[in-house]
Design a protein. Structure first.
Length: 291
């Protein structure tokens, strides 16, 4: 397993004067790995090592995350629509337009499935890891800790001044085993100042919850397109102790992708590729080879 450092060559794609960082490792059919908040491409380091001998692993850092630039608003608006445009332009630039496998975690699910909804025929397979591509299930109560960060000035100040969201996620995101100190530091490394935590806060503030709110209509459009993927090969690996993407989200995926191969990890949390890498990565390898 690759802990630290991060042994991959950096590439940059320029959009409107802003640099988007990405990895492009290996050859073959593209496997596009999309991270969420408050992680970055580092989350996929061990999966890249396992797959790059047979597949082309494309791993972007969303704007404001990882090694990508971290512009302050209004230079970049940090909207869901802009995230989707970033991904679309990057994959066009890399000529990744067919036989694409999407590996999706956290916000990466919404961003990736929005791209997929516009490129249904380009998608070959889905790998789903504690994420969503639909509205919050009715039975799910919005977590109070997220509500504070999303809706209060105190929460915003704690996220940007004290890096509270990143630090808290590094602790509660794993349940089976704590992150080793060096791995934890790598997760926190890109978010080392008020300015560099802009995307962390914006991701929290733009969670689509209400009609007319940021990104809500896009989520509705993607949700309506999910039946198009019901027959696509899909693998779902789920940490059942995720306090945000819990069983309610998993049940929604199972309802929408009834043919998906599903693996539950009862003692694992949100960072499933940290808690259960030794189990999940072989499952993904086998799934990709069989499909």
């Amino acid at each position: 397993m690759v802990a630290a450092p991060y042994p991959y060559a950096s590439h940059y794609f320029h959009r409107d004067g802003i640099r988007l960082h990405y990895l492009d490792e290996g050859t073959g059919d593209p496997v596009v790995m999309l991270h969420g908040n408050p992680t970055w491409g580092y989350y996929y380091r061990n999966l890249i090592a396992a797959l790059r001998g047979r597949f082309r692993c494309i791993v972007p850092d969303h704007i404001g995350c990882g090694y990508s630039d971290k512009p302050q608003p209004p230079t970049y608006d940090y909207s869901l629509g802009s995230r989707i445009d970033d991904l679309t332009d990057l994959l066009d630039h890399l000529n990744a337009r067919e036989n694409v496998t999407l590996v999706l975690h956290d916000w990466g699910g919404m961003i990736g499935m929005a791209w997929a909804a516009r490129h249904v025929d380009a998608v070959k397979r889905l790998v789903i890891l504690n994420t969503a591509a639909f509205h919050v299930p009715k039975a799910k109560r919005f977590p109070f800790r997220l509500w504070v960060g999303r809706n209060t000035r105190l929460g915003a100040w704690l996220i940007r001044s004290w890096n509270l969201f990143c630090r808290h996620a590094a602790d509660v995101g794993v349940k089976r085993k704590p992150l080793p100190p060096d791995v934890r530091e790598w997760y926190l490394m890109p978010y080392d100042s008020w300015a560099n935590r802009v995307a962390v806060l914006k991701f929290v503030q733009t969670i689509p919850l209400k009609l007319g709110g940021p990104g809500y209509e896009i989520v509705s459009e993607v949700e309506a397109m999910l039946p198009k993927f019901a027959d696509k090969p899909a693998l779902i690996c789920w940490g059942m102790k995720d306090f945000v993407f819990d069983r309610h989200f998993l049940e929604e995926w199972e309802r929408r992708l009834p043919r998906a191969e599903v693996h539950r990890f009862d003692d694992c949390g949100h960072y499933i590729l940290e808690d259960a890498a030794d189990e999940v990565i072989p499952l993904i390898e086998r799934f990709l080879q069989a499909r």
